[in-house]
Design a protein around this ligand. Structure first.
Ligand code: ATP
Ligand code: MG
Length: 344
């Protein structure tokens, strides 16, 4: 069975978007627009798996939407919307909760990290997060999913769920005229020099929205001065930069900064080391500040303009949701028939 090629990915409105989200995900979203039909979602249902202040959440949803557009996503040619406006995501997630096995979810490292020591007190939603993510992707029968490295395990789970659904309901899928398999096995797209951007304070920790230290990340809302200060203060080691990539082994902070530079410049680590290898960090950091400001400055300015126009952002989300719902509704009807529900 060949499926129509389609890209889906999501970003949570859980706080400040950072350079990791930008290089690991959004830059890829922008590139893929040239070759695929793309659906980009502000995943607000995922956000509430941990507490979100209802007074702040709408702002965060609009900010991620503004970031998508400011980075170059075209909401007319493609689809941009927020998850809670298309109820089929939650509906399919329930079916997938009944397909996925407890043992599969018990292996998910993101839950372990986010729940921390007080696991008994984590929300059921945080535990079931990966089945909702599978539904997000598969409700559009999407074939390609650009994500950062941290989401690889969840993508594998999505594939397992798709496969088990196809197997468990094989006869019914066939009987309803959908051929041998109903869901594609979605492929993760995790490529380039910055699939896992690390904290500027600790090269062994992922750059993340939830890190208590704002110095650990570059936010898309940071101005030039803030970017310069954070890069200059970024942790490094006393050695000069190596001339070759293998010299970055066991030097997580150096590796991270070189990867960030390579991704921002659209090149690779080897080329960056060809230029800066043997030199001091201070010289390299100055160049990195200039590059980061040149790339992020215009995005920052555009985001500011867009978030000031909430009615426009809301109209983008309404239009995107309506178009997404047409596709999701078709899938959900078929799923109901396949599972054996009686429907109107
Ligand atoms: P949270 O801490 O709330 O989970 P997050 O920063 O991980 O926030 P998400 O909305 O969960 O952001 O992820 C959005 C996308 O950004 C995903 O594709 C994820 O893989 C990617 N991503 C997140 N952090 C990084 C990072 N440090 N490096 C590269 N990609 C990242
Ligand atoms: Mg995350």
């Amino acid at each position: 069975m060949t499926f129509k090629q389609r890209v889906f990915s999501g970003v949570q409105p859980t706080g400040n978007l950072h350079l990791g989200n930008y290089l690991g995900a959004i830059v890829k979203f922008v590139e893929l627009q040239n070759n695929y039909d793309c659906i980009y979602c502000v995943v607000d249902l995922h956000a509430i798996t941990v507490w979100q202040d209802p007074a702040e959440l709408p702002k965060a949803i609009r900010e991620v939407t503004a970031a998508f557009i400011a980075c170059g996503i075209d909401p007319k040619k493609h689809i941009v919307f927020n998850q809670s406006q298309v109820a089929e995501h939650a509906e399919l997630a329930w079916v997938f909760n009944c397909v996925a096995r407890l043992g599969w979810l018990n292996r998910m490292t993101q839950f372990k990290e986010k729940a921390g020591k007080d696991r008994e007190n984590a929300s059921v939603g945080l535990y079931a997060y990966p089945t909702l993510m599978a539904a997000d992707i598969l409700v559009y029968r999407a074939t390609h999913v650009p994500v950062g490295e941290d989401q690889k395990q969840h993508l594998e789970l999505s594939r397992d769920i798709a496969q088990k659904f196809n197997n468990d309901f094989g006869k019914s899928i066939h009987a309803h005229g959908y051929g041998e398999t109903f869901f594609p096995l979605p492929e993760p797209l995790i490529q380039g020099p910055a699939t896992r951007v690390m904290s500027l304070r600790d090269g062994t920790k992922k750059m993340s929205k939830s890190d208590a230290s704002d110095q650990s990340r570059i936010n898309l809302t940071d101005d030039a001065d803030a970017i310069a200060l954070k890069v200059r203060r970024a942790k490094t080691d006393p050695e000069p930069l190596p001339g070759e990539e293998k010299g970055l082994a066991h030097r997580p902070e150096a590796d991270n900064l070189v990867g960030i530079y390579a991704a921002l410049a659209g090149t690779n680590k080897a080329a960056v080391l060809g230029q800066f290898g043997g030199g001091q960090f201070s010289t390299f950091k100055s160049a990195l500040v200039d590059l980061a400001v040149a790339k992020l400055g215009p995005i920052n300015a555009e985001m500011k303009k867009l978030v000031a126009d909430a009615p426009y952002i809301d109209s983008v989300l309404a239009d995107g949701s309506a178009r997404a719902q047409v596709l999701a509704g078709e899938t959900m009807k078929a799923v109901k028939d396949i599972v054996g529900f009686v429907r109107r």
